[in-house]
Design a protein around this ligand. Structure first.
Ligand SMILES: NC(=O)c1ccc[n+]([C@@H]2O[C@H](COP(=O)([O-])OP(=O)(O)OC[C@H]3O[C@@H](n4cnc5c(N)ncnc54)[C@H](O)[C@@H]3O)[C@@H](O)[C@H]2O)c1
Length: 270
């Protein structure tokens, strides 16, 4: 079934692809969209995880790499084979990679591929059909790190800013031609990624961490309201406003947090 603008009502019957849908936020998105009546294709690098999540969502698994050019092309072809039309594409797969300027170039490059180019490559495949029929919905899972920063990981912060910028660019460029874009920007979410996020992740994100299902429900609410920015942690809006209105004050606050992380690290070494 085709959709005009996407709302929960219009999710019913829509053809949906979720990348990185085998675990965490992606699995929750797949299950929530399926519960709202969508027909779902679940992609993941981990074939077993994709199959299990697809079964949970009553959908179809297409394992593979959702970042490389051939991987994206194969995923979208297989999804079209199953769904007919793709109405909603959740470009969700992402990786936490690297730390500081000493992070080796190949790690920066992989972060760029998965956290940014995956979105570019998917939209390259999807846009011609969407613009021709005058509707389509592209959902990018960026991060609050894409609006603010992620202490402890320069590659993650930089690539998530780029993901958010690309989502904005798509919305600004194609909004009048029927493209709806949503950009999900959570802080900590209880998934494997958070569990493996190291000291900075634990200090900065753990206390306010939410469940992946809350992210999915924020997306469904945002779809109904027609909002670009999906902020499952509402406080992120205030931080984002402060960053724009008084960047120096915001940076001083972030640096204080960095010092706190270093103190915790020193305490653990003693
Ligand atoms: N967990 C958090 O705190 C948090 C916060 C903000 C944003 N995010 C973002 O949410 C998204 C999902 O993260 P998560 O926390 O659910 O992580 P996760 O590690 O729990 O799950 C990610 C899934 O994506 C898959 N994946 C990774 N690279 C892939 C690729 N190239 N192609 C296909 N599948 C791939 C993994 O196999 C895994 O199953 C990411 O983009 C992440 O950056 C997470």
């Amino acid at each position: 079934m085709a959709i005009d603008t996407v709302s929960v009502g219009k999710v019913r019957g829509a053809g949906v692809v979720v990348t990185g849908g085998g675990a965490g936020i992606g699995r929750a998105l797949a299950c929530a969209l399926a519960a709202a009546g969508a027909r779902v294709v679940v992609n993941d690098l981990d074939a077993g995880a994709a199959a299990a999540a697809a079964e949970q969502a009553g959908g179809f698994a297409v394992p593979g790499d959702a970042a490389t050019e051939p991987g994206v092309r194969e995923l979208i072809a297989a999804a079209r084979g199953y769904l007919g039309e793709i109405d909603i594409y959740c470009s969700n797969a992402g990786i936490a990679a690297g730390t500081d300027p000493d992070t080796p170039d190949p790690v920066w490059q992989r972060a760029w591929e998965v956290n940014v180019l995956a979105h570019v490559r998917a939209s390259r495949e999807l846009l011609p059909a969407w613009l021709e029929r005058g509707r389509g919905c592209f959902v990018v899972t960026a991060s609050a790190a894409g609006l603010l920063t992620m202490l402890g990981s320069a590659p993650y912060s930089v690539t998530k800013h780029a993901a958010e910028a690309y989502a904005e660019w798509l919305a600004a460029t194609y909004g009048h031609r029927g493209l709806t874009v949503h950009c999900i920007c959570p802080q900590g979410v209880r998934t494997n990624m958070l569990a493996e996020s190291g000291r900075a992740g634990q200090v900065v994100l753990k206390d306010a961490a939410i469940e992946p299902e809350q992210v999915a429900s924020a997306l469904l609410d945002g779809m109904t309201a027609g909002r670009f920015l999906i902020l499952p942690h509402p406080e992120v809006r205030g931080y984002y406003e402060l960053r724009a209105a008084d960047t120096d004050k915001w940076l001083r606050g972030m640096n204080r947090m960095q010092q706190r992380i270093e103190e915790v690290e020193r305490g653990m070494q003693q």
